[in-house]
Design a protein around this ligand. Structure first.
Ligand SMILES: Nc1nc2c(ncn2[C@@H]2O[C@H](COP(=O)(O)OP(=O)(O)OP(=O)(O)O)[C@@H](O)[C@H]2O)c(=O)[nH]1
Ligand SMILES: [Mg+2]
Length: 282
């Protein structure tokens, strides 16, 4: 590591409703409250992208979805426990953009640039949305044959099939730029608290069980350069209208956790970023 500060660009990929904005807001809370490994070197210039989400969470309420078309970056000038200075670029955007990218199989220039410039990729996946996900691969053939005439539906792709397609597009985009090895990947399994798993549950095992196609694709392409972690940005389920007083009393900066590969929960929400920075060798 050199003494000069590095710019660490994180490309965060996740469809709508996967917890990107609540994670970003909670990440800022942690960093500002200095309750994590990463500390601010100087105040971040503009964190307004997360103002509204932080306001809602601070009032014990769930925030709204990010309006379609929005894309904003927050730059956090930080230093980690080892004295490594980084300018973290953290995005917030409407997840429909990733959906369109997958469905349209086309990457706009700005997504191409972000993919190519990133030092690390985070794929955020909410396992509860993938539960019982039926698709062209899992539906028994007999069922397809028995559908009465006029009721045929185009089989939809499962979440994991879409995510594998997304990763393939990202790998292709990266290859176009020939910028050294593929960046390290953290697969972040979000809203971990809503899964009500035993305390010893490991994120890697959950990925294998619930999203086996995605798990084996990540293993085969990234090997040791990928890490699977659990995330609960809030620690609990909040509501859009019903204020959670216990959450306010505890404080957003003391809520939420990351689940490490061995199943241990840690309150430091910056662990995925530190892991990525370590793997990218910055
Ligand atoms: N139980 C639980 N639910 C969460 C947590 N974080 C987010 N959620 C839920 O996930 C939903 C989506 O979170 P967002 O952060 O808005 O998701 P997003 O990926 O930013 O979605 P778009 O803005 O539409 O792209 C929220 O409305 C909550 O219901 C958490 O830590 N625990
Ligand atoms: Mg959002």
């Amino acid at each position: 590591m050199s003494g000069a500060q590095s710019k660490v660009r994180i490309a965060l990929f996740g469809e709508s409703d996967n917890g990107k904005s609540h994670f970003g807001a909670q990440l800022l809370e942690r960093i500002e409250a200095e309750k994590c490994e990463i500390k601010l070197r100087v105040a971040a210039a503009d964190v307004s992208a997360f103002d509204e989400v932080r306001r809602r969470i601070g009032a014990g309420l769930l925030a709204e979805h990010t309006p379609s078309g929005v894309y904003r970056d927050v730059i956090m000038p930080v230093v980690d426990a080892g004295g490594r200075a980084m300018d973290l670029t953290w995005p917030d955007y409407a997840g429909e953009q990733v959906r369109q990218l997958i469905d349209g199989r086309a990457m706009k220039q700005e997504w191409l640039d972000r993919t190519q410039a990133a030092d690390g990729w985070i794929l955020i996946v909410r396992p509860s949305l993938a539960k019982g996900d039926d698709d062209i691969f899992s539906k028994p053939l007999a069922h397809v044959v028995r559908v009465p005439e006029g009721e045929e539906k185009k089989p939809k792709r499962s979440i994991q099939a879409r995510l594998v397609e997304l990763l393939q597009m990202l790998l292709h985009a990266r290859g176009l730029h020939a910028r050294g090895p593929v960046p390290p990947l953290v697969v972040l399994l979000s809203c971990w608290d809503e899964l009500h798993l035993p305390e010893t549950a490991k994120p890697g095992d959950l990925l294998n069980q619930q999203l086996p196609l995605l798990a084996s694709f990540v293993r085969s392409k990234w090997g040791a350069r990928a890490s699977v972690l659990g995330l609960s940005a809030l620690g609990v389920e909040l509501d859009k209208e019903q204020v959670n007083d216990a959450f306010i009393d505890r404080g957003p900066e003391n809520s939420g956790f990351v689940v490490e590969a061995d199943g241990c929960s840690k309150p430091d929400l910056t662990i995925p970023l530190v892991r990525l920075a370590n793997m990218s060798g910055i």
